[in-house]
Write a protein that binds this ligand. Sequence first.
Ligand SMILES: [Fe+2]
Length: 178
Amino acid sequence: MKTIYSTVRGASMKYVKIEWESELDTGIGVIDRQHREFIRLVNTLLDSSIKSEDNEIILDSFSFLRYYIVEHFSMEESAMRAYDYPQYGMHKNIHDSFRKEIEGMDMALKMNKSPHETAIKLNYVIVNWFVNHIKVEDHRLCKFLEARAAEKHEVLSDKLNTIVSSFFRSSPAFSTLQ
Ligand SMILES: [Fe+2]
């Protein structure tokens, strides 16, 4: 992770930019590709929040990110149900609390609050929440999925691709992620 400083209206603000690191790899291609895309979208939003005073531009990149998160979480939850993941409830609760954070940030942006404030909040959430979530809960889930698929003599990537194809339908921009 790289720390960057930006001067906004004379005040120096500190952001942490996420860069992909091998510790984030779960070993499951489709999930890793989606996590990488998520981080790319977060960094894009962070850049536009720093550079732009225009809430519309920020709102657009935020909407895209929000849609992406909702679809990605739903896809993971669908995979958990398909393989009877014993920690489904706990993992879903964690997703739900992140969904709420995102809804809160969406409201803050729509109420025309400072985009820089939202950028800082998002930065905090990502650094303190999402990266740890991938490293802990998603890694645990992915190990389970691999083991369960092997037990059932199923090809995990095929199964996940089938699940993914039922999500990310409404936007052609996501077709490359499956
Ligand atoms: Fe997750």
